[in-house]
Structure formats: structure tokens, C-alpha cells
Design a protein around this ligand. Structure first.
Ligand SMILES: Cc1cc2nc3c(=O)[nH]c(=O)nc-3n(C[C@H](O)[C@H](O)[C@H](O)COP(=O)(O)OP(=O)(O)OC[C@H]3O[C@@H](n4cnc5c(N)ncnc54)[C@H](O)[C@@H]3O)c2cc1C
Length: 417
């Protein structure tokens, strides 16, 4: 390798995917440097990321295997049931049983999933807090605020130049740097995708009545309206609207926002109140043309950013982290160069098809469930009603969403690397 390496792997992006990969690789004795323009003190502020994520039970197993779970469990709300309704009218969640189309219940898959829930709801802020603490405990080097500017992988190592002009060398650079990935650009990896005419308005609400671990998803013509259970009798809302309406909802006075919200939400969980700031996220699909390039690998949103309708984006990124960690550690144990094309190709083969499949399925799902077209609605109603009647079909969707199918990386099976 030209020049003395500063690390085995440089990870650009200390978001949830990048931080999880750092912990997984560090456990095998690889020297990691994690780089991010946003220090954790900023990432943990209430105004930074208001989202909560539905984490599949297999992705959560990875954090158990990495020893992070004790820091996350106090904040993890089990999702026991998911109720999907055709909430055409505002306030559709007001509780009439006939509005329920589809019901997923963790009890139905308890035998094949060791009593796991359908998933766990966790606020991103709490995940970031747990991961940053684990990184510190593990003594992993985190450079913040710092930013990858250029990557030169033409020689025998990846030469990473930071925005402040400093230079770092490693066998491999990982782009975990989100949708606008600089590492992806430096590797000349293109993207395919499109914007949705939708924004996701996110807010946290306190509830008068207990949600009993039930997640509600109402399909409105403007897009899904999800009420996702959190600890301490709270819920996270993802309210999909046109970008103009999304911006108006974010800037509206609190009383106005709450009035609109109550009409949508109904009163089936008693009185509700907005806690903390509101956030708006533009929604798009973006798939990297390749997952790897010389001495470069992409994970998380840098590789694939999708619509949140099925809560799969971060879960895909966590699966990438688990698969890449396993490939690299196996290569290390075989004495291979972890940045070699033959090694990275194994990662690309493992995750490529799955990522494209989930992204495209999510896109079809988004279009089917964000429309007022009567023909499309009729066709999808028939399909959904059929799934609701057929128990094996329901169980299939539940285990799929739990991420416990296919060629699972060991960390997602809860095994150490
Ligand atoms: C409304 C909404 C709800 C969602 N709900 C869910 C859900 O329930 N379940 C789920 O699985 N997914 C969900 N998602 C998707 C999920 O939030 C994302 O997939 C996830 O946050 C991506 O994480 P990441 O670590 O890959 O990227 P990011 O979180 O984007 O992190 C990238 C990091 O890279 C850093 N960075 C940027 N540029 C550089 C650089 N040049 N050098 C170094 N570092 C850099 C950034 O500062 C950042 O910290 C949702 C998304 C939205 C919009």
C-alpha cells in the first residue's frame, strides 16, 4: 500500500448505518476511522432528526449481537399489531371496526420468530445516542466535524482527502454518507431514481390512551398517514402530503397544525398533543447504479433511498452493514486484501438484487396506495382483502417485513462475527 495506512477502513458518515458498520468491524480487530460533518452533540439535539424508525426484529438482533441493545431497549416500543385501513375521509381512524382492511398480529408468527414482535419503534435520536455511546466505549476513532472531499482509489489504497485538506489512507473507504453521497460521486457511481410528489411531515404526539403497541397505517389519496407507537404513551406520525401542503403544515401555528391533525387522527386514542418540533422530509427513490468501485463500497441511503411507506429504508442499510461486515471479516481471516475487487464483489452480489427488489416493490406499493383512481383502488382493495383472509399470506408478509427471510447475514440472525 502506498504510504502508511491510517486505518483498515474509513467510513464516511456516522449516521445509523455507518456507526453500526463501525461497531461490527471494530469487533473483529479492524482499525476504523469514522468521519462526519455533524458531531454527535448536534445529531442528538431535538431539532436534528425528529423521525422514529420501525426496526425489523432481525435488524434489532444485530444490535443485540453487537452489545448495543441494552442502551436501546429502554427506548424500544414493541410493535404487537399493525392495522392497515382505507382511511379516505379525514378522521378515518376514529375506530369503526369496518374500516380495518388488514390486520397483522405478532402472535401469529410467535412460533417461527421466537416471540419477537413485528418490529420495534425507536426514535432516531435514541438510536444515535446509543450508537455514539457504544462507539465511545469501543474506542473507535470518530472525526467530527470533518467531511470527505475527494477519494483517490487509483493506487494500492484509498486516499481520502478531507475538506480541511488533511489526507487519510486505508485499504477501503465506505460511503455511508447518505443520499447526496460524496464517496459515491468520487467513485463515479451514477444513480437512477425519481422524486415523489409528496413530503413526509413528521411529529411526535402524546396520547391520552394507551396504544397497546398497535401501529396504524391509513391510506389517504395524498399518501399514507401512519401512527406509530412509541414508549411512554406517545406516537410518531408520518403524514404524507403534497410538498406545498407539507411546508404549510410545518410552518402553521401549533393550534392550526393540531386542529388539522385532530381531524385526521380522530379521537380513538383520547386527547392528543404535539410534543417537540415538526419536520418535513422530501420523498424520493434513488438507487446507486453499483454498490462498489475500486476500494469503495456503499451502504445505507448512499446506496438506496426509498419511500418510507413500508419502513424499510434504514432496515436495508442495517442489512448492508451486516453483510459488508461479514464479507470483510471473512476476507480478513482468509488473509485477503479487504479492499480487493474480488472481495467487494461478494458484497455487491449479496446485497444488490435484494436492494433493487425492495426499492421497486416499495415504489409500486407507494403508487398503488397514494391514488384516488377508482380502478386502481378497486383492484388493490381486492388484493388486500385476500391477504387479510389468508393466514399463510399474512404470515408471509410479516416474516418478510421482519427481515428474517432469504440469505441473512449472521449478525441479523443474532450471531457474532
Ligand atoms: C419520514 C421518514 C420516515 C422513515 N421511517 C423509516 C422507518 O420507519 N424504518 C426504516 O427502516 N427507515 C425509515 N426511513 C428511512 C431512514 O430514515 C433512512 O434510510 C436512514 O436514516 C438512512 O441512514 P444512513 O445512515 O444510511 O444515512 P444518513 O442518516 O443520511 O447519514 C449520512 C451521514 O453522512 C454524513 N455525511 C454527509 N456527507 C458527508 C461527507 N462528505 N463526509 C462524511 N460524512 C458525510 C451526514 O452528516 C450523515 O450523518 C424513513 C425516512 C423518512 C424520510
Amino acid at each position: 500500500m502506498a504510504g502508511t495506512p491510517d486505518a483498515d477502513v474509513i467510513i464516511a458518515g456516522a449516521g445509523i448505518a455507518g456507526a453500526t458498520l463501525a461497531l461490527a468491524l471494530n469487533g473483529a480487530g479492524l482499525k476504523i476511522i469514522l468521519i462526519d460533518p455533524q458531531p454527535f452533540s448536534v445529531q442528538l439535539e431535538h431539532t436534528f432528526d425528529g423521525r422514529a424508525s420501525a426496526i425489523s426484529f432481525s435488524a434489532f438482533r444485530q444490535w443485540r449481537a453487537l452489545g448495543v441493545a441494552p442502551l436501546l431497549e429502554p427506548h424500544a416500543q414493541r410493535i404487537e399489531q399493525i392495522l392497515v385501513t382505507d382511511g379516505r375521509a379525514p378522521g378515518a381512524s376514529s375506530g369503526s371496526p369496518s374500516a380495518v382492511w388488514l390486520r397483522f398480529d405478532a402472535a401469529e408468527i410467535a412460533d417461527r420468530c421466537d416471540g419477537e414482535p413485528l418490529g420495534y419503534m425507536l426514535e432516531n435520536r435514541q438510536i444515535r445516542a446509543g450508537l455514539s455511546r457504544a462507539l465511545e466505549d469501543a474506542g473507535i476513532e470518530v472525526l467530527t466535524p470533518a467531511q470527505v472531499d475527494t477519494v483517490d482509489a487509483s493506487g494500492g489504497c484509498a486516499i481520502v482527502r478531507l475538506a480541511d485538506g488533511s489526507v487519510l489512507r486505508a485499504a477501503l473507504v465506505v460511503g455511508a454518507d447518505g443520499r447526496g453521497s460524496r464517496v459515491r460521486r468520487e467513485a463515479a457511481i451514477g444513480v437512477t431514481g425519481w422524486d415523489y410528489p409528496q413530503s413526509g411531515v413528521v411529529a411526535t404526539v402524546s396520547l391520552e390512551r394507551d396504544h397497546h403497541g398497535v401501529a396504524y397505517e391509513h391510506f389517504l389519496p395524498s399518501g399514507p398517514f401512519a401512527i406509530l407507537p412509541l414508549t411512554d404513551k406517545r406516537a410518531s406520525l408520518v403524514w404524507t402530503e403534497s410538498p406545498a401542503r407539507g411546508a404549510a403544515l410545518k410552518s402553521a401555528r401549533l393550534e392550526v397544525f393540531e386542529a388539522h391533525l385532530r381531524r385526521r387522527f380522530g379521537d380513538f386514542l383520547g386527547d392528543i398533543g404535539v410534543v417537540g418540533p415538526r419536520f418535513v422530509y422530501p420523498l424520493s427513490l434513488q438507487l446507486a447504479d453499483r454498490l462498489t468501485a475500486p476500494r469503495t463500497a456503499l451502504i445505507g441511503d448512499a446506496a438506496h433511498a426509498i419511500h418510507p411507506i413500508a419502513g424499510q429504508g434504514l432496515n436495508m442499510g442495517l442489512k448492508d452493514a451486516a453483510a459488508l461486515a461479514q464479507v470483510l471479516i471473512e476476507a480478513l481471516r482468509l488473509g485477503e486484501d479487504i479492499g480487493a475487487e474480488t472481495v467487494l464483489e461478494r458484497y455487491a452480489r449479496w446485497r444488490g438484487v435484494d436492494n433493487i427488489g425492495v426499492a421497486l416493490a416499495t415504489d409500486v406499493f407507494t403508487r398503488l396506495f397514494s391514488t384516488n383512481n377508482p380502478l386502481v383502488r378497486a383492484a388493490r382493495d381486492i388484493g388486500v382483502a385476500a391477504v387479510n383472509r389468508i393466514a399463510p399470506a399474512r404470515r408471509f408478509f410479516m416474516t418478510e417485513a421482519g427481515g428474517a427471510v432469504g440469505d441473512l447475514p449472521r449478525l441479523l440472525r443474532g450471531e457474532a462475527l
